[in-house]
Design a protein around this ligand. Structure first.
Ligand code: F6P
Length: 529
């Protein structure tokens, strides 16, 4: 019997078991949690028992997770459809040895670029810049934007802004109120061809020129395409390059992280890299049964592929991680949202889940109703710091912690009809009305969640968390036998946008378009004169 079948049978046998009953075993919490350094991951509030965990670990072993992990770290071209190595880990390999790609050690160039970034970041931080705008999209935006917000308590550099959307509202809103003479524009694009980024970059350049700034000295670029940055007119001294073995959504650790380095300083940025390096080491050496990325991945596989829960909520009880769900949407859904396995055959099962979420406690007052009482089960991933940064507001943090722990507890234990009836009775309801009112107050419970705890969201910890999720995505991809490092699914829309542009501009008629698209275009033409 295949591992998948065994897992499905285990799920069928235990799906009605109450998770809270698993705690009759006094060791449940310690057996189903793992501590890595200062980080604690609790997956005891799931319906995974020892037998299922063993099968999940066997599934990972059978898929060759360990061998494939070693291939990734050693520069094998595991991004097979683009014929590329996958080596974002080299960008944070500060204390490790050589990393070979096709016979060459890539570390000297990585470290040289880091030195150049530090020098430039210091120059910007100590100069007259008041503001920095990072223009990029996808991986050239979400990583630095998320991390800059996450590490706000460590900011001591110029203000950072992020412009990504081609919607003119984004750049117009950002430029309004900025001084072109004291603003640095960083154009972040791996390919330097992305239409949104190049359009915004040209608009920013014109604005700077028209408002007394000097685009020749106030523009920097982060890209793999030195020829294109030169064509755009950016001085090579302010171009920070990287190689094609860094995927866009894995690129915050290198030049794409320049805005973060400018915001928090090179030393704190080093701590961010070291946190990721720490997680890399753990991922490489820890046995699978206590390997944090592996366990996080296996809970994902259990919930999505076995239990068939289609979405997963990421719920940081950490306001500073407010952009983490958006960041993870790209990391996870662009990596593992594939319908075809490595060999080219269709995947026999669903692949990546829909990932969504928002910071707690705000989400509690918006969508938690559905999580608690909706008809679909949504596994929740809570993240929580033991300490906030506002020492004088410790009572806020205690409330935050209480709310986070209360949510995972409520999801697990629920409220029975009898309990709900007792509550309805205290409100004065009787007879049939008591029963009706009580039914609205029932919580099914038995809804799984995991909790990741850390002492405080400092640069090192953020590095650990992001690397943890990267490796989780890797492990899930290997188990699902898909290629996690390409993104062909974004191409068709881009091609069609290019071919529609002349239609929108009125240079080409709509005769080649389908009826719906033609009608939409004609509405737009009628209304924009
Ligand atoms: O369209 C998707 C994508 O290619 C992402 O994978 C990438 O992060 C983003 O666009 C931006 O690409 P670039 O950094 O080349 O501008």
């Amino acid at each position: 019997m295949s591992r998948w079948t065994t897992l499905s049978k285990q799920h069928a046998a235990h799906k009605d078991r109450a998770i809270r009953d698993l705690f009759d075993d006094p060791d449940r919490a310690s057996d189903f949690s793992v501590q890595v350094g200062d980080m604690y991951f609790d997956y005891s509030k799931t319906n995974i028992d020892a037998q299922t965990r063993d099968t999940l670990l066997d599934l990972a072993r059978d898929a060759g997770v360990e061998a494939r992990r070693n291939e990734m770290f050693s520069g094998v071209h595991i991004n097979e459809t683009e014929d590329r190595a996958v080596l974002h880990t080299a960008l944070r390999n500060l204390d490790g040895g050589p990393v070979m790609v096709e016979g060459d050690d890539v570390m000297p160039a990585v470290l040289d670029t880091l030195v150049a970034m530090r020098r430039y970041a210091d120059e910007v931080r100590s100069g007259s810049y008041t503001d920095v705008i990072n223009i990029g999209i996808g991986g050239s935006d979400l990583g630095p934007a998320m991390a800059v917000r996450a590490l706000a308590p460590y900011h001591d550099g110029p203000r950072c802004h992020f412009v990504s959307n081609v919607d003119g509202a984004d750049i117009a809103d950002t430029l309004r109120g900025l001084d072109a003479k004291t603003t640095l524009v960083i154009v972040a694009s791996k390919t330097f061809t992305t239409i949104e980024t190049m359009t915004n970059a040209r608009t920013a350049r014109a604005w700077m020129h028209d408002h007394g700034g000097d685009p020749k000295t106030q523009f920097a670029a982060l890209s793999t395409a030195a020829d294109k940055t030169a064509e755009f007119g950016i001085d090579p001294a302010r171009v920070f390059g990287f190689e094609d073995w860094v995927g866009g959504r894995y690129s915050v650790w290198g030049p794409i992280g320049l805005s973060l380095m400018i915001a928090i300083g090179p030393k704190a940025f080093d701590a961010f890299l070291r946190g990721a390096q720490d997680m890399d080491t753990h991922f490489r050496v820890a046995d699978l049964h206590e390997n944090l990325p592996v366990l996080l991945a296996l809970t994902g596989i259990w919930h999505n592929q076995i239990c068939d829960y289609a979405t997963r909520a990421v719920l940081p009880y950490d306001e500073l991680l407010g952009l983490l769900p958006n960041y993870l949407q790209q990391l996870e859904m662009e990596s593992n949202g594939k319908g075809v396995q490595r060999s080219g055959v269709n995947s026999p099962r669903h692949t990546g889940p829909v990932v969504w979420g928002a910071a707690g406690t705000n989400g509690q007052h918006a969508f938690y109703q559905l999580i608690h009482q909706g008809t679909r089960v949504i596994p929740c991933e809570f993240l929580l710091a033991a300490n906030g940064h506002e020492a004088e507001l410790a009572h806020h943090h205690q409330l935050l912690v209480a709310n986070c722990l209360a949510q995972s507890k409520a999801l697990m234990q629920g409220r029975s009809l009898d309990e709900a009836r007792a509550i309805a009775a205290t409100k004065g309801f009787t007879g049939a009305e008591l029963d009706r009112q009580a039914r609205h107050r029932v919580f099914p419970g038995n809804r799984p969640s995991t909790t990741l705890l850390y002492p405080q969201l400092d640069p090192f910890t953020l590095g650990q968390i992001i690397a943890l999720y990267e490796h989780r995505v890797f492990v899930e991809g290997i188990i699902l036998d898909i290629i996690s490092f390409d993104q062909w699914g974004v191409e068709l829309g881009k091609e069609l946008a290019t071919s529609l542009q002349p239609v929108i501009e009125g240079a080409t008629d709509t005769s080649a378009e389908d009826g719906s698209t033609a009608a939409l275009v004609s509405f737009i033409h009628r209304h924009n004169g």
